[in-house]
Design a protein around this ligand. Structure first.
Ligand SMILES: O=C(O)c1ccccc1NCC(=O)[C@H](O)[C@H](O)COP(=O)(O)O
Length: 284
């Protein structure tokens, strides 16, 4: 895909890991800071908060996944994703509502919808369409660097947000989580290694996403979940993210302790994403 981004000198967050991020990820984050600042000029925080509070009650994202785990089911967070830095254009034509409906019929527990435009060709409209087409709780999949985006997420209908520990300081992670909790939204906190897991455990959310994607190469290896999921304390729920394709992968993740999965690209590369989702839901 065309990876031309608005050139920016924006400072990156002061995370221990910022030196370990791929150039792509650094560009994504730097551009996100600029984008969010510009959008706050258009819609100030107080107005975005008002819109978030007017958006009604969120659907129960965390409870849906907890119930799946309690029932020994696969808790599939099925992703609505048009393109990505690693995969280029993944699905065209792209019908977020139709894809979301197919996922729900297949037994998915939740949806994840990309809303980042420059790199994933996602939009808030994709999230609205996917949510309206189903009864499933929806995660806003984006790079959250400012609490303003959490209000924006709720205002567009999202029921949960993602916090990527590699992308934010501990203080910002807490602010993002507090804002989400204040809106009764779910939080999925994403980690890539043992150090990020320790930082993530300072948050209150039960959902610990173990991302199998290497932050430098952007390649996936599901052995990452096999290493890290057993380290997640019993009162938290590991969610295996990225690079999951086959029923055998699902069984490997479940064996490592991760019955909840976030799956995107594989599903969207299939002619029938619903059938592909069903094969994963029925795997373990
Ligand atoms: O998908 C990418 O190329 C990517 C690159 C840089 C940062 C994040 C990226 N993806 C976001 C995700 O976490 C995935 O969309 C999600 O875990 C699903 O992964 P997959 O099943 O491999 O599409």
């Amino acid at each position: 895909m065309d990876q031309t981004l608005p050139v920016t000198d924006a400072p990156l967050p002061d995370t221990k890991r910022s030196a370990d991020l791929s150039d792509t990820l650094r560009q994504i984050l730097a551009a996100k800071y600029v984008e969010v600042q510009a959008r706050q000029q258009e819609t100030p925080l107080a107005e975005m908060e008002r819109r978030a509070r007017d958006a009604g009650r969120p659907r129960p994202f965390t409870a849906a996944l907890c119930n799946a785990v309690a029932d020994l089911r696969v808790g599939l967070i099925a992703e609505v994703k048009r393109a990505s830095p690693s995969g280029g254009l993944i699905r065209e034509p792209f019908d977020p509502a139709g894809i979301a409906r197919a996922y729900e019929e297949a037994g998915a527990t939740c949806l994840s919808v990309l809303t980042d435009e420059p790199w994933f060709q996602g939009t808030p409209e994709h999230l609205r369409l996917a949510r309206e087409a189903t009864n499933l709780p929806v995660l806003r999949k984006d790079f959250m660097v400012d609490p303003w985006q959490v209000f924006e997420a709720r205002a567009m209908g999202a029921d949960a947000i993602l916090i990527i520990m590699a992308a934010v300081t501990d203080e910002m992670a807490e602010r993002l989580e507090d804002t989400a909790r204040g809106l009764d939204m779910g939080v999925l906190v994403e980690i890539h290694d043992e150090a990020e897991l320790q930082r993530a455990l300072g948050l209150e959310t039960r959902l610990i996403g173990v991302n199998n994607r290497d932050l430098r190469s952007l390649k996936t290896d599901i052995a990452v979940t096999e290493r890290l999921a057993p380290l997640v304390p019993a009162d938290r729920i590991p969610v295996a993210e990225s690079g999951i394709r086959t029923p055998e992968d699902v069984r490997r993740m479940a064996h490592a302790g991760a019955r909840c999965l976030l799956v995107g690209e594989h599903l969207l590369r299939q002619p029938d994403p619903g059938a592909a989702a069903r094969a994963l839901v029925e795997a373990a």
